[in-house]
Design a protein around this ligand. Sequence first.
Ligand SMILES: Cc1cc2nc3c(=O)[nH]c(=O)nc-3n(C[C@H](O)[C@H](O)[C@H](O)COP(=O)(O)OP(=O)(O)OC[C@H]3O[C@@H](n4cnc5c(N)ncnc54)[C@H](O)[C@@H]3O)c2cc1C
Length: 463
Amino acid sequence: MAEDADDETLKVAIVGAGPAGYYTAESLSTSGRPVEIDMLDRLPTPYGLIRFGVAPDHQSIKAVARRYEKTALKENVHFVGNVELGRDVTLDELMMLYDAVVICCGAGRDRPFTVPGADLKGVVGSAAFVGWYNSHPDFVDLDIDLGIHSAAVIGNGNVAVDVVRVLAKTPDEMAHSDIAPQAEERIAHAPLRDLWMFGRRGPREAKFTPKELGELGKLERCVPLVDPAQLPPPESDADLEPGRRKVMELLRRYAENRPEDKPVRLHIVFYARPVAVLGKDRAEKLRLERTRLDEEGRAVGTGEFFEIECGLVVPCIGYRSNPIPGLPYDERRGCFRNEGGRIRERLYVAGWARRGPTGTIGTNKPDGAEVAERLLREVEPAGRPGRTGLDRLLCERHVRIVRFRDWKKIEKVELERGAGIRPRVKFCYRDEMLRLAGHEPRPEARTIGNQEADTSTARETIS
Ligand SMILES: Cc1cc2nc3c(=O)[nH]c(=O)nc-3n(C[C@H](O)[C@H](O)[C@H](O)COP(=O)(O)OP(=O)(O)OC[C@H]3O[C@@H](n4cnc5c(N)ncnc54)[C@H](O)[C@@H]3O)c2cc1C
């Protein structure tokens, strides 16, 4: 093991090249200590949810990737794309190869939506739905039938607002976005008339922010509607902080809108929780129960039910990290068990994988910095092989690694395909991207630990 070793340099593997991974790498690489950082990602592309979560019409938010690129181009930071922990390399192997490992895998799986009928066609969790319109290779081939008049989104957070906005916008409004072409085509031809957004608690408890809610009032073909009876009297806004007060102002404004104002209606409904999706072979109706808040602010059922017609149900009810063999998992929070970002000796976690799916992109910065500082305090270099050892292992397994320079080749073509009109036209398929990175498709099986993995199918698994 010591043959390639450099005893002075700390070798760190970061698993996940999203915001948490990059902020951790930024702090480590600017610490003044000799550090070599390898950032693994299961996809051939960096930046995590900046590419696959943030809405395609919110390009200014995606611009944060430029900051990450500065870190990516540092001499001591290497992107190791298309390499998945648990598929191509095990945690034990990384722990042997590196002085420290930081898990920044995010929370890529939907929190289960468990009502009867949730398995019907037409019920699509937000991780999958957002991935579909954002060209995520796992979700690009989802067969989402939008030949429907009505769709329901469950949840009162910004992800729910993103989903209704993307469904509501016209092709002209999306013209400068990087939405996946196949999603754009289906949405453009969808005969939608009614969109619904349901929250089980009230307007004061809603999580959406004023900027995102405000955008719903400026849509070309869609009018947001609120039942005035669901809003508290304006005097009660006095105790709210300014952002929440703005949300209430917007909702009051929407309560004055008329359904006939625009061809598509967005019904923002509070105090309602879904209890079943109804339909024979696919979603046809959503059944809900009206709720009220109890003394502790929890939504409780009132026993009063109602139904709406809808052919698509998108639960935006939160996310969970995918469990990884060898890592302690907190079932309740849906993330990895840790204490202040430390899982055990030499093993750390940052971002959504540490905290669960809360906070904005910026929240991951102090998180990554804290973990980096702690790691630097607690771990000493021990002459482990780091990059050379990982490269050798992945080469033996015929894993097709995508380096940062390969990603730049992919990105160059994506930007060219935008033709100066769109910011980019993304590639959706791994093989297309691997070919641009100089790899030929190679479907042979290979070994991970004791398991046989067939690369041709493993790459298309939805996780
Ligand atoms: C739909 C949506 C919209 C959002 N919009 C905004 C917004 O507009 N503004 C804002 O501030 N915040 C937004 N957020 C929140 C923001 O995206 C998150 O705070 C942030 O992405 C979390 O960073 P992360 O690095 O922990 O996870 P992620 O961004 O999810 O990155 C995790 C990375 O790990 C990789 N990975 C996963 N498993 C493995 C594995 N086993 N092996 C190797 N790699 C792996 C993934 O491919 C991914 O690249 C949004 C979130 C969602 C879901």
